[in-house]
Unconditional design. Structure first.
Length: 340
């Protein structure tokens, strides 16, 4: 049996917490529960340099590590599977979030500028644009046959990233722009499978990654030309990625297997549901007149973490509700049940 690489689950957990905190504080600023302070602006701008990129790196790594997609039949099988794994939760939770934004628009961090189908098919709502973009990456990218091919694809990925960031590629289609930007990180994850020596804690690399903090503190509110903004985003983002990944490598072996298994089971659920439960909790508190920011922060974090775990546990007990979170698991369960 293949041994699980716990660092991936640790990295995804850290990235998920950063995504959750970003959305929580954005919503609280919009609701005027906290002020748009320099600390908030630095934190928000800094995490957006790298936190979702970590998900793309982990996804690319697992894709190259566990899949072989080199011909039509393999591609067709993979796309059908990804349509279920990504499409079912994407449609389900995008719909719930869309309805929630209609009802509780004041307490959510984004307004709705388009209709339901436009949001679902063309302009995905946050945070589900990640699933949307990830599907198109699976759609267009095969797995690598060797390291040389991987390096060539990384070169193409960097070129596309540069062209979009510099404004040379700017299409009206969200998925094109998003794929061109995030393919670099997905491909980097795929390339990482060929470099085992980079998948361990390195003190020098970790210390280098700590430059993320002084760099972002100095630069976050500065005006840059387009070229220097591109360089800053790329460098600071790379340092943030290194910091989290080195933390994951260091924690591997120090965190219990049971915790990693728990994280592996519930990180996706927290990612899918945290905005829904946080916005619902915030709206209830506001309705009953509670505006203390400390209470809102505590309640928001608790709702974002605990309620998705509880909802997933209940859904797994019913099996069929769990289909909307993990359709493949339910289909395999039904198949095994029918075979008995």
């Amino acid at each position: 049996m293949e041994e699980k690489e716990d660092w991936i689950d640790i990295v995804k957990s850290i990235a998920c917490i950063l995504v959750m905190l970003g959305h929580l504080f954005q919503s609280m600023v919009k609701s005027r529960l906290i002020e748009e302070s320099n600390l908030y602006l630095w934190f928000n701008d800094s995490i957006y340099l790298f936190h979702v990129s970590l998900f793309f790196i982990c996804s690319g790594y697992l894709y190259q590590k566990k899949s072989i997609v080199r011909n039509w039949e393999e591609w067709r099988s993979n796309i059908f599977k990804k349509m279920l794994i990504l499409g079912i939760p994407y449609v389900t939770f995008s719909t719930i979030t869309y309805l929630l934004k209609l009802v509780f628009n004041t307490y959510t961090n984004d307004n709705l500028n388009e209709g339901y189908l436009e949001n679902l098919l063309l302009l995905p709502v946050s945070p589900y644009w990640f699933l949307y973009t990830l599907f198109f990456l699976f759609f267009i990218l095969p797995t690598f046959q060797n390291k040389k091919e991987a390096r060539a694809f990384i070169g193409i990925g960097f070129l596309l990233y540069f062209l979009v960031r510099m404004g040379h590629i700017d299409t009206p289609f969200f998925f094109v722009n998003s794929v061109c930007v995030n393919a670099l990180y997905f491909l980097a994850g795929m390339l990482l499978t060929y470099y085992d020596r980079w998948k361990r804690f390195n003190k020098q690399v970790f210390l280098l990654s700590l430059l993320f903090f002084p760099l972002t503190i100095i630069c976050y509110d500065n005006e840059f030309s387009l070229f220097w903004r591109f360089g800053y985003n790329l460098l600071a983002g790379a340092l943030g990625i290194l910091l989290v990944m080195q933390t994951g490598f260091w924690l591997q072996g120090k965190i219990t297997k049971s915790f990693c298994e728990f994280s592996r089971e519930y990180t996706l659920s927290i990612f899918l549901m945290h905005t829904i439960f946080a916005a619902g909790t915030r709206s209830v508190l506001m309705k009953i007149g509670i505006t203390n920011p400390v209470i809102h922060i505590f309640a928001g974090i608790t709702a974002s973490l605990i309620l998705p775990i509880m909802a997933t546990w209940i859904a797994k007990k019913t099996r069929y509700l769990y289909f909307f979170i993990n359709p493949i698991f339910v289909m395999q369960w039904r198949k095994s049940k029918a075979g008995k």
